[in-house]
Design a protein. Structure first.
Length: 240
């Protein structure tokens, strides 16, 4: 595994209670990063040690391991709500995938995922998005739409038109990079909008933000279409 991380390296927590599985992840971290990508550096330790590391922003949770369960995902989310979880679990169990995402997972991978897939998932998570089949995200949103919310919380905060556009694209499972490209703005500007939306809705991840947006009807029907039209207009202006 890497021993001389660079200044921009991304530290990934790996629970050490399953040495064989930790060794299996070594091939992911041993691979040199592609040009323009950050180096991935494993931080191996016990779960409580990793959660106590306030500088750690990502952690791999193996649901096959003795310490892995939906309850452990919930516990991590409550203890360290800002940490992003990358979950490895059984293949083909859609309910488990959805439950894991609701519990705080930002990526769900099956044990057969190769090093390239794991690295791609980590890159998606570090960019601020979620790695999961879009059909499952769509199913999750459909399920949330059926949850009644007629209380006072249903009336949400006031959003600017730009915030509504960004939120509409988040509901379409777009990454920060994709949103920036479509709206013709900097990726760091998108991150600022996402942070503002999370503060306004009291959310700590994109799934909760999406739930809040859907339950409170924060995005008007034309928000995503106007975003698409603006992206197309910018493209036409650039090509002239």
């Amino acid at each position: 595994m890497s021993t001389n991380p660079g200044p921009d390296a991304i530290r990934i927590g790996v629970v050490a209670d399953e040495p064989i599985r930790v060794a299996g992840l070594a091939s992911v971290f041993d691979q040199p990063p592609q040009q323009g990508r950050a180096q991935l550096v494993p931080v191996v330790g016990k779960m409580d040690e990793l959660l106590a590391d306030t500088g750690l922003e990502y952690i791999v949770v193996d649901l096959h391991a003795s310490s892995g369960s939906l309850e452990s995902l919930e516990s991590i989310r409550k203890t360290r709500p800002s940490i992003r979880q990358i979950v490895i679990g059984p293949e083909g169990d859609e309910e488990l995938v959805l439950s894991s995402i609701i519990a705080g997972a930002r990526a769900y991978l099956d044990p057969a995922a190769g090093p390239d897939v794991v690295r791609k998932a980590v890159e998606v998570v570090t960019s601020g998005s979620i790695w999961a089949p879009r059909r499952l995200l769509s199913k999750l949103i459909d399920r949330l739409l059926k949850v009644p919310d007629s209380g006072p919380a249903a009336t949400g905060p006031q959003l600017t038109s730009r915030e509504q556009q960004v939120l509409g694209l988040i509901l379409m499972a777009r990454s920060n990079r994709e949103i920036a490209k479509q709206l013709g703005i900097e990726e760091r500007t998108v991150k600022a909008y996402v942070g503002r939306l999370m503060r306004k809705t009291g959310s700590d991840n994109r799934i909760k933000l999406s739930m809040s947006a859907l339950n409170r009807s924060l995005v008007p029907p034309n928000a995503t279409s106007s975003a698409s039209q603006e992206g197309e207009h910018r493209k036409n202006v650039t090509n002239r």
